[in-house]
Design a protein around this ligand. Structure first.
Ligand code: TXD
Length: 317
């Protein structure tokens, strides 16, 4: 008899990013979704709300909300969006430790019931949390990746499209490195209809767009005052989930574990990877100029320092 088992994705953290991601996954008909949070009632309520739109959105995906990890069993992909945002009065170290503990606990909870899942980490500080998630999981490195490069590249793509008054669909933008001030937008590898943007705008314009990309998250926080970006982050994570579930071999910039690539070792950082059903199928090494390579190394150095600090803080708990 044919099996009726449906592919399932678990989204941990039913906050802004998590709930938008659940919506995207279900409405794009990618998979059934289990939404898990520590706050009882919230994931259940959001799931019911999403289910009540099914007739209108015309899909039959199951969406359930829970606080119990046993309900997440046998997920193909687990996305971790649980965590606290940066708040006034919360020091960088407090946030690092709090989110490190949350990521550690959620990975432990999820992996116990979905040992073969591909893990996609969204929680900030992204590259650090992806490293901790991988360490905690004991999974092969190709099964753990962080979402940031897709979002940072989408922001760069948007600003280029707005500047040149062309469709974002015709712009390909490349941003490598950590998700933070030291990210590495690569204009040489960013194109409009195949033409490098270095041919289409002067240096001052390029610098302005790069700066806006680097501060993309902060610009939205500044406008919103309470809360941070979640629509584009959810779209970015959904794109990665789709590439995994549909085994698309898409080339996407994701935080991946490096073992010598780009001259870097034992660090998760944003680089272009081929993404399929196994997770990261391989890491693409783009030829970099000396200054691009230096920028990537500077970004990796800062990630590494924060990983060490997080491990030190966790060790004291
Ligand atoms: O590019 C990127 N990687 C990012 C990262 C883009 C956008 C947001 N980025 C980060 O994702 C952000 O800095 C946060 O660390 C996470 C989630 O952002 P979101 O905007 O969704 O935060 P919310 O709305 O505060 O939601 C967090 C949820 C909330 O419902 C908590 O109750 C839940 O996480 N939470 C937990 N769920 C399960 N288990 C535990 N332990 C837990 N702790 C908190």
């Amino acid at each position: 008899m044919a099996s009726c088992t449906q592919v399932q994705v678990t989204v941990i953290g039913a906050g802004n990013v998590g709930s938008s991601l659940a919506q995207r996954i279900a409405e794009k008909d990618l998979a059934d979704v289990v939404l898990l949070d520590v706050v009882s009632g919230r994931p259940q309520g959001l799931a019911l709300d999403l289910i009540e739109a099914r007739g209108i959105e015309r899909h039959n995906r199951k969406i359930s909300g829970t606080i119990d990890y046993t309900d997440t069993a046998n997920s193909s992909v687990v996305v971790i969006t649980a965590g606290l945002p940066r708040k006034p009065g919360l020091s960088r170290d407090d946030l690092l430790l709090t989110n490190a503990k949350i990521v550690r606990d959620t990975v432990r909870g999820a992996i116990a019931h979905s040992p073969d899942a591909v893990f996609v980490i969204v929680t900030n500080p992204l590259d650090v949390m992806t490293y901790l998630a991988w360490k905690t999981s004991g999974l092969p490195a190709h099964q753990v990746m962080g979402m940031a490069g897709v979002l940072d590249s989408a922001r760069f793509q948007t600003f280029i499209a707005m500047e040149l008054n062309v469709s974002a669909a015709d712009v390909h933008a490349t941003v490598l490195g950590g998700h933070g001030d030291l990210m590495v937008p690569l204009p040489r590898y960013s194109t409009v209809g195949g033409i490098p943007i270095t041919e289409l705008m002067d240096q001052a314009t390029l610098d302005r767009l790069i700066d806006r990309t680097r501060n993309g998250g902060a610009e939205i926080v500044e406008l919103m005052q309470t809360g941070s970006a979640f629509f584009a982050p959810a779209s970015s994570a959904a794109l990665m989930v789709e590439a995994i579930l549909h085994n698309q071999s898409r080339l996407l910039p994701v935080a991946a574990y490096l073992q010598g690539e780009y001259g870097l070792n034992d660090v998760f950082i944003g680089v272009p990877c081929r993404i399929g059903c196994q997770g990261i199928e391989n890491i693409l090494e783009m030829p970099l100029t000396e200054s691009e390579r230096e920028a990537l190394h500077r970004s990796a150095q800062s990630v590494r320092q924060n990983v060490d600090r997080a491990l030190e803080l966790l060790g004291n708990t």
